[in-house]
Design a protein around this ligand. Structure first.
Ligand code: CO
Length: 133
């Protein structure tokens, strides 16, 4: 069911500084930052060729990233994202196997449906699934 690694997301306390780090220090290809109000984040992707890094910065009052940064003030790995053919179909299969979903599928940073899986059911990792199409 799962396919390729789509991205690894890193919560950052300062997005400009994070962009400068990956662009100027690491010499990476950083794409333009984008606000995703529905997810409570501003994201900037670093295109690595075989996969991406997603730099995540809180947006709005109820951002899930704000809580993470309270616990991890210097930032850190927040989630990773695996590709599936169909997010809704994959969610149903996983739910039948006892994996809890966090909310309903939403449109993610690339305009494709995404869903998050409960970390307690995924070896302690927050896992995002993103549709291929
Ligand atoms: Co993500």
């Amino acid at each position: 069911m799962i396919g390729r690694l789509n991205h690894i997301a890193i919560a950052v306390p300062d997005l400009d500084q994070a962009v400068r780090f990956y662009r100027d220090v690491m010499g990476g290809h950083v794409l333009e930052a984008e606000d995703l109000p529905e997810h409570g984040v501003t994201t900037a992707f670093v295109d690595l060729g075989n996969t991406k890094l997603e730099l995540l910065y809180p947006l709005g009052e109820a951002s899930p990233i704000a809580k993470f940064l309270e616990k991890n003030p210097s930032g850190g790995i927040h989630h990773f994202c695996l590709e599936v053919d169909d997010v809704t179909a994959a969610s149903h299969v996983l739910q039948e196997k006892g994996i809890r979903l966090l909310g309903e599928p939403k449109i993610g940073a690339h305009g494709k449906p995404v869903i998050f899986l409960h970390p307690k059911d995924c070896l302690g990792c927050l896992v995002e699934l993103e549709a291929l199409n």
